[in-house]
Design a protein around this ligand. Structure first.
Ligand SMILES: Nc1nc2c(ncn2[C@@H]2O[C@H](COP(=O)(O)OP(=O)(O)OP(=O)(O)O)[C@@H](O)[C@H]2O)c(=O)[nH]1
Ligand SMILES: [Mg+2]
Length: 529
């Protein structure tokens, strides 16, 4: 059984991209029989490809002129993925070659996609407008390796429960997608299994229908690099798939003309059981991977250095900042969801102070709940940190909406008790950097930086220390000379305001983390007496 999101009958492109190469395995090739009498125009593009021993895309409608007679037996001329070129589309080689893209190190042919949204009447003014949300969906589609060739939306009080959009709009889209030769239609909200089914039926043919959630899950699937991330994504995919299995086997009934009525339903139950068992196995595996990571985390917590979590909308610049401050080598690129796994590195400040900085997975509006649930353990690291830094791409036209979307996820993660610092990144890219800096300086809790140029990074580190100080406890303690180790630890993790050497030991006045303050209780009493 193959798990796929876009279509319940065939493995979707969104699960496994067509792995297009110029030398495909033999079974992908089918012979082409060319009949010169039928062909009117010579096609030098193909000849060139053949001369260079590159296998080109040829259909029976293509004309091959071979002045040097170097092609040999035309029966051996082969065609890659017959479906990629339909009859009557002779001039599409150029168009097609534009659709070869390098995705995650693989050359793939981009499928044509059409995106659809719904603008809800009476929507809060400050939230994402439907055009903005569709623009983001288009970026997501691009990240997943799809070529968006058209989009539309409809104003509705609420989505149509049967087909998400109204029936008139369905017909309009049907005409558009057939005219544009679209293979996949992506909807901007999560579709119910019923809506998915009805829309596929309405569009007919081989058109696949999927939603934003499936697209995001697919991107995560493509990008999962570690075992934990891969397990988390698989779990999210299976949980998304479970209620959508409905049509997987109904084709059996259709094929047999209804003679094996009920067979499809039985098979659905079998599939659901298999899927549930797989979900159980995955959860167990995840548990063991997580225990392993927990041991690392406990070891890290034993080192008394404060942990600062970097959170923010996808593409805000979190990994760039981590790399800049720590010399780490986390992948940072202008694509959505570049990072899936948390990475922690030590930041050493000029004044000798240190803190640990953790880069986390980016957030997005309409983040699939299955994904939040599957990534909860990873995200829980955020709720265990001493400080949360919310990084904002201030140059983005939708910065405010992105801030709101991040705050929404943070509130779900129970981080309200952790102090937060807001950092406006990409100030270099802002339309009016001066104005942005002025605005930031007038606001408490906002620091303005450019992770790319390094501007404002010293202020950023000092702001972090200030914030960390707020999380600490003020102590005055007399540390005996034989506890030198503790004294240097206090210097390392606390903010020492004053030290004085007395006959009995070192008198310190400092802000220290709570658990240190507890450790120092006897020494604090010595100080009082
Ligand atoms: N101009 C400018 N570009 C920046 C800055 N910081 C990051 N970028 C660019 O923004 C893009 C995204 O950066 P990342 O560091 O990958 O963003 P991220 O927040 O880690 O993204 P995800 O991992 O997808 O959540 C990259 O192309 C960076 O070069 C900045 O201060 N100025
Ligand atoms: Mg990143």
């Amino acid at each position: 059984m193959s798990l796929c999101f876009c279509s319940s009958l065939k493995p979707s492109h969104l699960i496994s991209e067509p792995d297009f190469r110029f030398t495909p395995p033999r079974h992908h090739l089918i012979p082409v029989h060319l009949n010169p009498a039928k062909h009117l125009k010579p096609n030098n593009h193909i000849i060139k490809a053949l001369h260079e021993e590159i296998i080109g895309i040829i259909t029976p409608n293509d004309v091959v002129s071979d002045p040097n007679n170097s092609i040999g037996d035309l029966k051996d001329v082969v065609l890659i993925e017959e479906e990629t070129k339909k009859e009557g589309n002779e001039d599409k080689e150029g168009d097609l070659s534009n659709r070869f893209k390098l995705r995650n190190g693989r050359e793939v042919v981009e499928e044509k996609a059409y995106i659809v949204g719904v603008a809800r009447k009476g929507e809060v003014e400050d939230s994402f407008r439907v055009e903005d949300s569709l623009c983001e969906l288009s970026q997501l589609a691009d990240t997943a390796g799809l070529l968006v060739v058209g989009s539309t939306y409809q104003n509705l009080a609420s989505p149509n429960p049967r087909t998400y959009i109204g029936s008139g709009k369905v017909s309009e889209i049907k005409s558009a997608i057939h005219a544009l030769d679209v293979e996949t239609v992506i909807f901007d909200d999560e579709l119910s299994p019923g809506q998915l089914r009805n829309l596929e039926k309405a569009f007919g043919g081989d058109v696949r229908v999927c939603d934003r959630t499936a697209l995001i899950l697919d991107i995560f699937n493509q990008r999962a690099a570690t075992r934990e991330a891969a397990l988390q994504v698989s779990l999210a995919q299976m949980e998304y798939q479970l209620p959508r299995l409905t049509r997987m086997w109904t084709h059996l009934e259709r094929q047999s003309g209804g003679q094996v009525k009920g067979m499809g339903e039985k098979q659905i139950e079998v599939d659901k059981r298999i899927l549930r068992t797989q979900i159980g196995v995955l959860k167990k595996e995840l548990e063991s991977v997580r225990n392993h990571r927990k041991q690392y985390r406990n070891r890290r917590l034993a080192v008394p250095i404060p942990v600062v979590s970097l959170v923010g909308y996808t593409n805000a610049g979190k990994s760039t900042l981590l790399n800049r401050l720590t010399g780490a080598d986390v992948l940072a690129e202008d694509r959505l969801f570049a990072t899936l796994d948390p990475t922690t590195r030590r930041v050493q400040m000029k004044n000798g102070r240190e803190f640990l900085l953790t880069d986390t997975v980016g957030f997005i509006q309409k983040l699939p709940t299955t994904l939040v649930a599957a990534f909860r353990a990873t995200l829980e690291e955020i709720s265990e940190s001493s400080l949360v830094v919310h990084l904002v791409d201030i140059s983005h036209p939708l910065a405010n909406q992105q801030i709101e979307a991040v705050d929404k996820v943070l509130s779900e993660l129970d981080t309200s008790s952790i102090p937060k610092l807001i950092v406006w990144n990409k100030v270099d890219k802002a339309e009016d950097p001066h104005k942005i800096k002025l605005e930031a300086s007038n606001r408490e809790d906002v620091v303005c930086i450019s992770a790319l140029t390094g501007e404002g990074l010293d202020e950023f580190c000092y702001a972090i220390l200030d914030k960390l100080k707020d999380t600490m406890v003020w102590v005055e303690a007399l540390i005996p000379f034989d506890k030198g180790e503790l004294l240097s630890m206090v210097h390392q993790v606390g903010m020492v305001e004053r030290t004085e050497y007395t006959e009995k030991g070192t008198l310190i006045k400092a802000h220290v983390p709570l658990r240190f303050a507890r450790l120092m209780t006897p020494m604090r009493q010595m100080c009082v007496s």
